[in-house]
Design a protein around this ligand. Structure first.
Ligand code: F6P
Length: 358
């Protein structure tokens, strides 16, 4: 008998179901007797022993389904060692559930925070296999996370739609794309959607440089300008401030989000009408794109092989087109950011895209 637990943790994304399906289908094609414990709402389900017994049937017909059939929640790593409201030791509670159910392995689908906790559970002696999910594509150890390409498609579609209306009205449009710490989705959707200016957390911007780029386009007879701006875009001035100074500055004047602040900065420098569009959580919603379905299925299949070989303590990722295992301790706590000197940035600049920096 093989007993596996599964949970999805952190912000959801497309292809979570596709990845779980990949694991279960691959296991069921070789193992006759299997018990699958689906923990509800991420680590919470493991802490409070809230699970559902699932069978291979539950994983049929979910390849194209967005969200997660298990539900998810954010359980910050920094609070894992802090007892809950009733004094429960969360880590001990998770270990207790695992041992009580006599699990052979726990399959965890998650992003950065999730991987820190997964690695901690590995250190605590649990058999863990993880799969890299997040639209942000910021997980170390894998070239791609599932969810990323689907989010890029949605954000690109938003920019495409904005193009027509921006042209009609000769406006400056700011499309705010998800990504507080990293700009992968913004970078790719910005290039794919033909944005004129792309602002990323990794490349602090100067509002005067943005204004110059807008004016240059107007002078060339271009009727509109589109900016793809990451949620975490930051100005050069702000980048030099300490965390405390930045907080104080932000407290003085609150904006609904960064795009509104940049809109104000542009309005102060240019005559154009400026509008803001925030696709928000639509970027995490709906059916996974074909690329993510394939990636999630491949990752799931290899995760199953590791379980069968009893090789635990790994994330399954993709590097240079090859699916493989990466030790969890190498993944946990590291962020994969956009390198400002990467070829893709240089190539985008060659085509005239401004990153607001020079
Ligand atoms: O980590 C995925 C992500 O969608 C980020 O891009 C975004 O900044 C954040 O989650 C939003 O979090 P929440 O769903 O908690 O609002």
């Amino acid at each position: 008998m093989l007993r596996i637990g599964m949970l999805t943790s952190g912000g959801d994304c497309q292809a979570l179901n596709a990845a779980m399906r990949g694991v279960v289908k691959s296991l069921c094609s070789v193992v006759d007797e299997i018990e699958i414990y689906g923990f509800k709402e991420g680590y919470k389900g493991l802490m409070y022993s809230n699970f559902e017994m699932l069978t291979s049937k539950d994983f049929s017909g979910i390849l194209t389904l967005g969200g997660t059939i298990l539900g998810t929640s954010r359980q910050p790593f920094k609070l894992m060692r802090v007892p809950d409201a009733n004094g429960l030791d969360k880590v001990e509670a998770m270990k207790h559930t695992y041992h009580k159910l006599n699990l052979d392995c726990l399959v965890i689908l998650g992003g950065n925070g999730t991987h820190k906790t997964a690695n901690m559970l590995r250190e605590e002696g649990l058999n863990i296999i993880t799969l890299p999910k997040t639209i942000d594509n910021d997980l170390w150890g894998t070239d791609m996370t599932f969810g990323f390409q689907s989010a890029v498609d949605i954000a690109t579609n938003t920019i495409d739609c904005i193009h027509t209306t921006a042209t009609s009205h000769s406006r400056v449009f700011i499309v705010e794309v998800m990504g507080h710490k990293v700009g992968w989705v913004t970078l790719h959707a910005g290039i794919a959607g033909g944005a004129d200016i792309i602002l990323l957390p990794e490349i602090p911007y100067d509002p005067d440089v943005i204004a110059k780029a807008i004016k240059k386009r107007a002078k060339a007879g271009k009727r509109f300008t589109i900016l793809a701006v990451a949620e975490g875009a930051i100005s050069k001035k702000e980048a030099q401030m300490s965390k405390k100074e930045l907080k104080e500055k932000q407290a003085k004047k609150k904006y609904p989000s960064v795009a509104y602040k940049i809109a104000e900065e542009i309005s102060a420098r240019c005559e154009n009408e400026v509008r803001v569009t925030v696709p928000g959580h639509t970027q995490r919603g709906g059916s996974p794109c074909a690329y993510d379905r394939v990636l999630a299925t491949r990752l799931g299949a290899v995760a199953a092989q590791l379980i069968l070989k009893k090789e635990f303590g790994y994330m399954v990722g993709i590097r240079n087109g090859e699916i493989g295992k990466v030790p969890l301790q190498e993944v946990a706590g590291k962020l994969k950011t956009v390198d400002p000197n990467a070829a893709i940035i240089k190539e985008a600049k060659m085509t005239g895209i401004s990153f607001g920096d020079e």
